[in-house]
Design a protein around this ligand. Sequence first.
Ligand SMILES: [Zn+2]
Length: 242
Amino acid sequence: MNGRMIGRQLLDFVYPRYCLGCEVRLTVQSPWRYACEACVQTLPWVSGPACSHCGAPFEGDVAGPRQCPGCIDLKPAFAQGKTIFRFEGLAREWVHGIKYLPGRHLVPDLLKIVTVLPEMKGYLENSILVPVPLHKTRESKRGYNQSLLIARAWAKGVPGARVEEVLIRRYSTQSQTELSRAERLKNVKNAFAIRPKVALNPALLYTVIDDVYTTGATLNACAKVLYHAGAERIQVLTLAHG
Ligand SMILES: [Zn+2]
């Protein structure tokens, strides 16, 4: 056992880690920091047919690229989108963990997610990752922005990808969860702006990053701001959809 492993074992002794799925205690040998092997097997990866714009999985066989009803409605300002998980099971626990654990502990697992998915390399290579910003009051309350945390972890796993916080949230939007679809759209419409003195490069690929894709209203509002600031190649990536 090398020094690093001994250090980790000590740390595990002082601060034991448990699987976020089943709460079994994890050992230093576990390949994931906050998930046991058995729960990792049940992760709801989105694979197979999915909406070309938001990555929402389709049930059954769908031939060729197709938009889901939500995206046809939304008229997205981004060209394509992917999501890694369905918002259920261990993926849901991870999303909650990122917000409340506090999430920094989950960074190694977030990084591992992109490194085990070969298609993510192609999707994010040489892209500017733009986290959906939190309002500064909310960010200082939580201590960090979970989307920034995710973006940073993913940038580490993909060559040429880098994080740029080019967006700001102008006012604190009411929590989205209680609102209807129409209310959400209105709520986020003017919430975002480009950071002063930031110039976007139309040749570069911008990927807006968020933890959860719900209606797409937030991501679309961010994409529109990027577009009006000169970005021409915009896509989105979220950890979970649901
Ligand atoms: Zn969609």
